[in-house]
Each structure stands twice: as structure tokens, then as C-alpha cells.
Ligand binder design. Structure first.
Ligand SMILES: *Cc1c(COP(=O)(O)O)cnc(C)c1O
Length: 375
């Protein structure tokens, strides 16, 4: 089935006696047993399993082409669940450009899980200019990356990591399963912050780890972290997210077309040092992006304004259709000065503004940006 069909038909609970066409919201934290003490449908206690979470996990696994999906209360909780599943004494290798929160989290918590954390530029690994320490652990991929929109070659990195004895996780939040399927390119675990495009309306927090059928053991470890440590999303967030999944293929294609139009319109603007968008032929890894992404290059782009921090702030202040706020993937366009949001330790260029292109008409967004840049 095509992803549009899966998105609509994967979400129904189909277990209701009333024939609800829209999924019901189940708030129960505990479930009655029959006279022999057996649970119905495996539901015992809400930390272990709930009807809304189970339905959501099935939908998410189907969308990503995986066999196991473990829903967590945030993207960061999904990263933590994977760290917790790594063997003690292993190594986690991060790329240079990635979501600031993930870098912070892995450096802070990695050692608590007895993991050694290091960093490698994925391009150097693929070019053979640096290599992974052999041994157990994880290679972390994030593509396209935050905030530079670097594109990592998922298939090449996955085989390098497997040769070194590592597992591979890919944070595919910015691409979504609509545009990119890391499991089909050799990755062991896909991570999403469902707070972003999968939720799509800036009104829920969530995360998920999705794995293929061959990763049953790793899936079991992540599941243990979810249910034993209690890293569970609430019923309403599961319900909201399941509702949003029906429209994710349409939304992501529209976000993507909008971002592409904006990137092209700004590409040779004299006040910009750089427009980072994987769909532009000028992007250094455009060929890799074209090979591993399908249907578009995502709704995110970064622009680097000439004149650094003050000039970037001035442009952000002048924008009328872009709300100055962090996060991404909602229906409304957002602009963010990444260096000041990340604060100390940020590697983002001072002139960089990150744009999350919403579902407004791209011509209106372009006019707003051109007016703000014209000053
Ligand atoms: C937002 C984000 C995260 C963290 O997700 P939360 O839901 O905020 O915890 C991780 N990775 C990427 C790429 C993100 O954009």
C-alpha cells in the first residue's frame, strides 16, 4: 500500500463495539481481568500497554516500514531509550552537526550508561579520511541535520558502522517516513521526535523508536525501558498523534514544496551568505539527498544573513508571517536564531536563521522574506 493509504487506514482501533469511525480515547489506567485472572487483549496496566498507544505504535511501524515501534513521551526520551539499550562499555559516535539537545543529552547521559562518546564528521567517514573505533555501540546519523541541513549518506554509513561492529540509529525527524526510509538503507533503528512533522500542529510532545523485524532483541530492550522505567506517552498525546498521522503524507509534501520554492527564491539573494537546503543543486550533498530522499527534501531550511547576529535579528524582527519560536513541523511558519537559542556551546553561525516552512502559500512567505531582507 502507498503511504497515503497506510496513513488513513493504519490508525483505526477497530476494536470498538459501537463501530466508531474515529478512534476512541481510552483513559483507563487499569483493565479488568476475567474470572480466571486472564487479561483481555493483553491489557493489564497503562504503563505496560494501552489501546491508544498500541494503535499508535502499529501505525508508526507501518508508516516507517518497520516491524516494531516503541512510542515515548518526547524525541529526547526516544534518544535516551536507545542509549539505555546499548551494551555497557560500548561507544556512541555522533556527527558534528545535529540537534543540540541530542548532543547535550548523549554527552551528559552516555557516561552514566557506561558509554564512551565521540564525534566524527560523516563525510570524513564516507571518504575514508577518518574511521570508527571497532567494537559494540552505536553510530548516530541525523539527516538532514539541524541546523546546517547537512545530508549524510545513510547506506554508506550503515555498512561502515556494521563492519566496525556497531549498530546504526538515524534521527529522521526532519525527513519523516514520507520522504526517507532509513530502515531500507541499512539502519537498525529510526528515531523521530513526533513533536514535529508527525504531530504537525505544535500541540503535542512525543517520540518513537522504530526497528525492523531482524532487530527484535534491540526492540525488546527499548520496550523494557519504556514499560519498566515508565517512559510512556499519555493517552491524549497518543490519540492526537494518531489523528495527525492521517494527514502527514499530504502535509509533508506541501511543507516540502513550500521550502523548495522559498530556497530557490532566496538562493542568490545579495544579503545572504548561504541558503542551506538539500533540494538546491548548489547543496554540497544534493546528489546524496536526491538518491535517498523521495518526493521532496523537507520543510526546513537555514539562511545565513550577512552581518552576523545583529543583522539576523533584524531580519527576524521584520518578518510578519514567521513567528519567532523554536521547534518545527507545524502548520505555521517559524523563524529561529539558532545560536542564541542553543546558547553556550552552540556551533551555529551567528548569522544563521532557521526557517520551518508552514502550510501558508509559499508566495506569501517569499514576499515576507524579501521585504524583511530588503530592510
Ligand atoms: C526536536 C528534535 C529532537 C528532540 O525532540 P523532543 O520531542 O523535543 O524531545 C530530536 N531530534 C531532532 C532532529 C529534533 O528536531
Amino acid at each position: 500500500m502507498h503511504i497515503e493509504t497506510l496513513a488513513v487506514h493504519g490508525r483505526n482501533l477497530r476494536s470498538t463495539t459501537s463501530g466508531d469511525v474515529a478512534p476512541a480515547l481510552h483513559l483507563a489506567t487499569t483493565f479488568a481481568r476475567d474470572e480466571e485472572g486472564a487479561s483481555r487483549d493483553g491489557m493489564v496496566y497503562a504503563r505496560t500497554d494501552t489501546p491508544n498507544r498500541r494503535a499508535l505504535e502499529r501505525s508508526l511501524a507501518a508508516l516507517e516500514g518497520g516491524a516494531h515501534a516503541i512510542a515515548l513521551p518526547s524525541g529526547s526520551a526516544a534518544v535516551t531509550a536507545l542509549l539505555a539499550a546499548m551494551p555497557a562499555g560500548g561507544r556512541v559516535t555522533l556527527p558534528g552537526d545535529l540537534y543540540f539537545g541530542t548532543r547535550h543529552l548523549v554527552h551528559q547521559l552516555g557516561p552514566r550508561f557506561d558509554l564512551v562518546v565521540d564525534e566524527r564528521d560523516p563525510r570524513d567517514l564516507v571518504a575514508g579520511e577518518s574511521r570508527l573505533e571497532p567494537g559494540p555501540g552505536l553510530l548516530w546519523i541525523e539527516t538532514p541535520s539541524n541546523p546546517n541541513l547537512d545530508v549524510a549518506d545513510i547506506a554508506a554509513l550503515s555498512s561502515l558502522a556494521h563492519e566496525a561492529g556497531r549498530l546504526v540509529a538515524c534521527d529522521s525527524t526532519w525527513a519523516t517516513p514520507v520522504l526517507q526510509r532509513p530502515l531500507s538503507l541499512g539502519v537498525d533503528a529510526v528515531v523521530h521526535s513526533t513533536t514535529k512533522y508527525l504531530g504537525g500542529h505544535s500541540d503535542l510532545l512525543g517520540g518513537v523508536v522504530i526497528l525492523g523485524a531482524e532487530s527484535a532483541e534491540l526492540a525488546e530492550s527499548v520496550r523494557r525501558w519504556q514499560t519498566v522505567a515508565g517512559a510512556v506517552p499519555g493517552a491524549f498525546d497518543c490519540w492526537l498523534l494518531a489523528r495527525s498521522l492521517a494527514t502527514v503524507p499530504l502535509r509533508v509534501l506541501a511543507h516540502s514544496a513550500g521550502a523548495c520554492a522559498v530556497a530557490r527564491a532566496l538562493e542568490s539573494h545579495p544579503r545572504l551568505e548561504r541558503v542551506a537546503y538539500p533540494g538546491l543543486a548548489s547543496h554540497p550533498q544534493h546528489a546524496v539527498a536526491a538518491r535517498q530522499m523521495h518526493g521532496g527534501f523537507g520543510g526546513m531550511l537555514s539562511i545565513v544573513v550577512e552581518g552576523g547576529r545583529e543583522a539576523a535579528f533584524e531580519v527576524a524582527r521584520r518578518l510578519e508571517l514567521f513567528t519567532r519560536a523554536t521547534s518545527l513541523g507545524g502548520v505555521e511558519s517559524l523563524v529561529e536564531h539558532r545560536a542564541s537559542v542553543e546558547g553556550e556551546g552552540s556551533r551555529a553561525p551567528e548569522g544563521l536563521l532557521r526557517l520551518s516552512i508552514g502550510l501558508e502559500h509559499p508566495d506569501d512567505l517569499i514576499a515576507d522574506l524579501l521585504a524583511a531582507l530588503h530592510g
